[in-house]
Design a protein around this ligand. Structure first.
Ligand code: NDP
Ligand code: MG
Length: 388
């Protein structure tokens, strides 16, 4: 029986993944990892008959152990235990931890030489070349799960990469899309944390409002598909029905459409290389009526300009960008800094970071750069705190 592991099972993508797995008695859920939501992790582990449940936090180990007492399910806790879980045999693993914390477990899961379904975009942004090289070395396959990247991947099936001119990722524009620009500085985490079309975790939802999410995805596409910076474009598309478009040298454009439901890209990765039934709403274009597109405004969304800078710099820039963004987001959620300060913090850290264009050569180097960028971002954010 095919065995699967879900990293970040208690999150938005994790729950959608388990929803699909519950309909697949032919697959065995071997490993689940979560964070602080111990009650949900324990329920999931029992419901899916997992062999091992891991919380990423040492202090959550005991409550998890108690919740699973007498079930026969093995329990572990702490960041190292999450990475260890990557070495438990599994034919298919979902990487759905949020943030750079998902990087090391994903690397570990590649050692299986099987399939890694990658929702954790931070892995490609912080360490794209290393991650792809590891997959090649281990004979493993990485399948993109970010909806736009799954869409591109599907549009590129049986196509020659040399024939690709551009790839366009669509963006809803997030929860603050229609706000006047002068109001943005005063947006609260609650306001930025409401998404018009997608139901996602809090962090990625705020990143959608600032377009840091799209900036990450541009870098993700550049890394995963080997595209030049000028080959990756973004269009605002409020309906979120077209997920991505691939334009070819002969003038043809292949677009991927579908209802905004993560169970499509997750299910595509689960069924790959085949297609099979998925419980997602069917697209009804007559009902949708119209599809709108517009150019994003780089003044409103400075994160998109930063993504271009990161791709052109290469080296450690993606890692620094992501780490600084994660810290800036922490400070915004804690209401220490304003909505627009997030981009200012990231820009400042990128400007001053020593050795930005030098590429890290190992996972350990990536983690060291990540830690240094976080420390610098904390200093910059603290200096701005209270001034918004
Ligand atoms: P959520 O915040 O909903 O869930 C994150 C998961 O990671 C939870 O299981 C959480 O545990 C766990 N987690 C949090 N911190 C840590 C840590 N330090 N170490 C280990 N595990 C941790 O995130 P999403 O599901 O929204 O997103 C997951 C990833 O997928 C992100 O990289 C995101 O960018 C990407 N993605 C998400 C999409 C979506 O629709 N949500 C779409 C495309 C990509 P707990 O909650 O128990 O603390
Ligand atoms: Mg996406």
């Amino acid at each position: 029986m095919r065995r699967v592991a879900v990293f970040g099972s208690t999150g938005s993508v994790g729950v959608s993944t388990l929803d699909l797995l519950a309909r697949r008695p032919d697959l065995r859920v071997a490993v689940l990892t979560g964070g602080r939501n111990v009650a949900l992790l324990a329920r999931q582990a029992v419901l899916h008959g997992a062999e091992l449940a891991v919380t990423a936090h040492e202090e959550c180990y005991r409550p998890l152990k108690e919740a699973l007492a007498g079930t026969g399910i093995a329990v572990a806790g702490g960041p190292a235990a999450v990475v260890e879980a990557g070495y438990v045999p599994a034919d298919w693993a979902m990487s759905a931890i949020v943030g750079a914390a998902g990087l090391a477990p994903g690397f570990a899961a590649l050692s299986q030489g099987k399939v890694l379904a990658l929702a954790n975009k931070e892995s490609l942004v912080t360490a794209g070349p290393l991650l792809l090289a590891e997959a090649r070395a281990q004979g493993a396959t990485i399948l993109p799960v970010d909806s736009e990247h799954s869409a591109v991947f599907q549009a590129l099936r049986h196509e020659d990469m040399a024939a690709v001119e551009t790839v366009t990722l669509t963006a809803s524009g997030g929860g603050l899309r229609d706000w006047p620009i002068e109001r943005l500085a005063h947006a609260t985490p609650d306001e930025a944390g409401r998404h018009p079309n997608w139901d996602m975790g809090q962090r990625i939802t705020i990143d959608s409002a600032s377009m840091f999410n799209k900036a990450m995805e541009v870098i993700e596409a550049h890394e995963f598909f080997g595209l030049a910076p000028e080959q990756v474009a973004v269009l605002i598309h409020p309906q979120s029905l077209v997920h991505a478009l691939v334009a070819f040298r002969d003038g043809a454009v292949m677009a991927h459409l579908g209802a905004p439901d993560m169970r499509h890209p997750i299910g595509f990765a689960l069924n790959w290389p085949h297609r099979a039934d998925l419980p997602v709403a069917r697209l009804d274009l007559a009902r949708a009526g119209r599809l709108d597109f517009s150019q994003p405004d780089l003044v409103r969304y400075p994160a998109l300009a930063l993504a271009q800078q990161v791709m052109r710099t290469g080296g450690a820039a993606g890692c620094v960008f992501n780490a600084a963004k994660e810290i800036a987001l922490d400070h915004f959620i804690a209401r220490n800094i304003g909505f627009l300060d997030m981009a200012a913090v990231v820009e400042s850290v990128l400007e001053r970071f020593d050795g930005l264009s030098r590429a890290p050569q190992s996972l350990a180097e990536v983690l060291a750069i990540d830690a240094e960028a976080r420390a610098q971002a904390n200093r910059v954010a603290q200096a701005r705190a209270g001034k918004h």
